[in-house]
Design a protein around this ligand. Sequence first.
Ligand SMILES: *[C@@H]1O[C@H](CO)[C@@H](O)[C@H](O)[C@H]1NC(C)=O
Ligand SMILES: *[C@@H]1O[C@H](CO)[C@@H](O)[C@H](O)[C@H]1NC(C)=O
Ligand SMILES: *[C@@H]1O[C@H](CO)[C@@H](O)[C@H](O)[C@H]1NC(C)=O
Ligand SMILES: *[C@@H]1O[C@H](CO)[C@@H](O)[C@H](O)[C@H]1NC(C)=O
Ligand SMILES: *[C@@H]1O[C@H](CO)[C@@H](O)[C@H](O)[C@H]1NC(C)=O
Ligand SMILES: *[C@@H]1O[C@H](CO)[C@@H](O)[C@H](O)[C@H]1NC(C)=O
Length: 423
Amino acid sequence: MHLLLLLIIFVLAFTSNEHEATADASVDYFPPYSSIVVPVTKHTDASKPLYSVQIMTQWLSDYEQHMYTNFLIDIDAPFIWHDCIVQGNMNPGRCPANTVCTYPVSCDEDQCTNIRTTYSYEDPSCSPETNTTLPGVVCGCPVNVVNPVTGTCGQGLLSFEELYVNVSDGRNPLIGIYGFYPHGAACVPSSSLASFPANVSGVMAFSTSPYAAPSLLYQPLEKTLALCLPSNSSAQGVLFFGTGPYYLLPQTGVDLSSYLVYTPLLKHPDSFGYYIGVDSIVIKKRSIGIPANTTTKLSTTDPYTILRSDIYNSVVRRFLIVTKRIPPAKPVAPFGLCFSTKDGKKWTISTSNSIKQITKDVACLAFVDGGATSEPAVVIGTFQFEDNFLVFDLKKSTFGFSSSLLSKKTSCSNFNFTRTNTP
Ligand SMILES: *[C@@H]1O[C@H](CO)[C@@H](O)[C@H](O)[C@H]1NC(C)=O
Ligand SMILES: *[C@@H]1O[C@H](CO)[C@@H](O)[C@H](O)[C@H]1NC(C)=O
Ligand SMILES: *[C@@H]1O[C@H](CO)[C@@H](O)[C@H](O)[C@H]1NC(C)=O
Ligand SMILES: *[C@@H]1O[C@H](CO)[C@@H](O)[C@H](O)[C@H]1NC(C)=O
Ligand SMILES: *[C@@H]1O[C@H](CO)[C@@H](O)[C@H](O)[C@H]1NC(C)=O
Ligand SMILES: *[C@@H]1O[C@H](CO)[C@@H](O)[C@H](O)[C@H]1NC(C)=O
């Protein structure tokens, strides 16, 4: 039996948004480049799949050395935080081996007040922030952080950081390092990283907050974040910041920008994350209407798209019609609709981002019922993003998305990470 389900396409609405922020970055040496590029790894050893970027964090010790930190990609977080130690005294030998040491932000500095009042994590479980005293610092700046895996609140100390990434022409990393210097990131104790995937020890904020990476990275780059999440934990995906072109092998002549369809990014009060308007969900040419003014959020920390029950039920009804000749299977949590794929029946499904193969014999509709009152009504999760090329253009305030790159005979794991000196 051949069955063809058309890709689920989110059809979208309007609005626009402008954002101002400060820049603080430098490039030590640069050939002509259009973006910075970092590898993205999928982690499957935590309670949900998560994705990290590897970024160089400077490490000062007896000898000045460098080390890398894997940071979770979080497009919601208000600021950057990771496992490090804040020290007032940065003299050689003061920083323990294999530890990142950073300089504290004092309680008197503007960013301390600014982050605590305007760009903080909002969580009722968080304790009030005090002004702790550190050796060599009169007054430090503790800030609350919420662990995106466990949802628990912890506290870190605000610090000045130095981070380094490769520059790129969109085809390869080039010889040339781009440095950026968050003036309000936080060092947290390792207890704040409970339940994180192995080797991941921080959170890289890619939100619209002025303390998140996009506001720190953009000069002289265009304020554009391009994200390509891998579906395979053994093959790295890619994140760019800056304008295209962007290329994946083997299509050395096709700029991925040409695959994009754009929709406006919407402003949302009380959030630094990204929202779009979704009018309908199209399944095999039939569209399922979505109630007016429905909020749709994009998430890099929710594994599957979560739909409010009324929307979820319409999607399931439509899927049941489309799949009526496929035997059902007992649902596997967190999914509500699963199919039996045994008996050698042949599926031809172009819906790599809507059906998840759970076992050899069972596949499920990769959407989760969020309950009758879930808000936002739609949260698009990472399974729906894997092997799609996503672009957040923060200057034009638009979100561009390709459909599955697999149907275009490439994938997010096909960036050529070989460094070259000739663009
Ligand atoms: C922390 O110190 C700053 C600057 O001296 C002061 O304005 C603020 O009230 C203090 N906050 C707390 C919680 O003590
Ligand atoms: C730059 O890319 C090269 C080759 O992929 C890699 O070995 C190096 O660690 C990268 N540097 C930084 C700062 O990310
Ligand atoms: C963690 O990093 C170490 C050293 O780079 C590596 O040997 C190990 O395989 C990594 N573990 C995971 C789960 O990625
Ligand atoms: C993941 O990638 C590895 C190495 O390229 C490959 O052997 C494996 O089959 C891939 N797994 C899936 C599920 O595609
Ligand atoms: C949608 O929002 C607009 C503007 O906020 C409002 O005028 C309209 O009544 C809302 N529609 C519904 C169905 O809630
Ligand atoms: C990757 O880029 C390098 C440097 O430009 C090039 O030599 C190599 O052939 C490329 N790899 C592939 C598979 O195209």
